[in-house]
Write a protein that binds this ligand. Structure first.
Ligand SMILES: Nc1ncnc2c1ncn2[C@@H]1O[C@H](COP(=O)(O)OP(=O)(O)OP(=O)(O)O)[C@@H](O)[C@H]1O
Ligand SMILES: [Mg+2]
Length: 147
């Protein structure tokens, strides 16, 4: 039977390390084709969580924010596709990314500024919304897909 208690989690972190650990927990359970959509205002900690996901997947590279490149690929047992849609301004730009090709493959997609993707993310997306509370505190809502 499906564990409904796992479908939605709200976690408050009072340190960057705690947000990182949360990412690490998600990354260590990541499966091929998973999509993690990170949303929330500038500087709320999306990249911190993305770095945690990468570490949880066993990736040792330094994860940088791909703001200027839109996508950074980390080849690994389970490849990581790290998107940052901050610079996406319209649907046409989004279409040029062909990002559905990534999540239909065998890697794991982590998408910062996922709100820019509108409703184009797949049904299996894990949605992580980060709310800035104060300089060290964040409220992080994780919605696991309904499957
Ligand atoms: N509880 C916390 N969780 C996450 N980050 C925190 C926390 N407390 C402080 N921080 C700090 O907030 C900053 C978050 O930066 P980060 O680059 O991860 O944000 P971002 O959402 O990716 O920004 P951008 O919108 O520019 O991509 C870091 O400097 C981090 O150390
Ligand atoms: Mg970032």
């Amino acid at each position: 039977m499906r564990d409904r208690s796992k479908m939605k989690e709200i976690i408050t972190t009072t340190l960057s390390d705690e947000s990182f650990s949360l990412g690490k927990r998600l990354g260590s359970a990541a499966q091929p084709g998973d999509v993690y959509a990170l949303s929330g205002e500038l500087g709320c900690g999306k990249t911190v969580v993305a770095k945690g996901i990468a570490e949880g997947m066993g990736i040792t590279d330094d994860i940088t924010s791909p703001t200027f490149t839109l996508l950074e690929i980390y080849e690994h047992t389970l490849p990581l596709y790290h998107f940052d849609l901050y610079r996406i301004e319209n649907e046409a730009e989004l279409e040029q990314l062909y990002f559905e090709d990534y999540w239909e493959g065998s890697g794991v997609s982590v998408i910062e500024w996922a709100e820019r993707a509108g409703d184009q993310l797949p049904d299996n997306t894990v949605r992580i919304h980060i709310e800035y509370i104060n300089s060290t505190t964040r409220r992080i809502k994780i919605e696991h897909p309904d499957n």
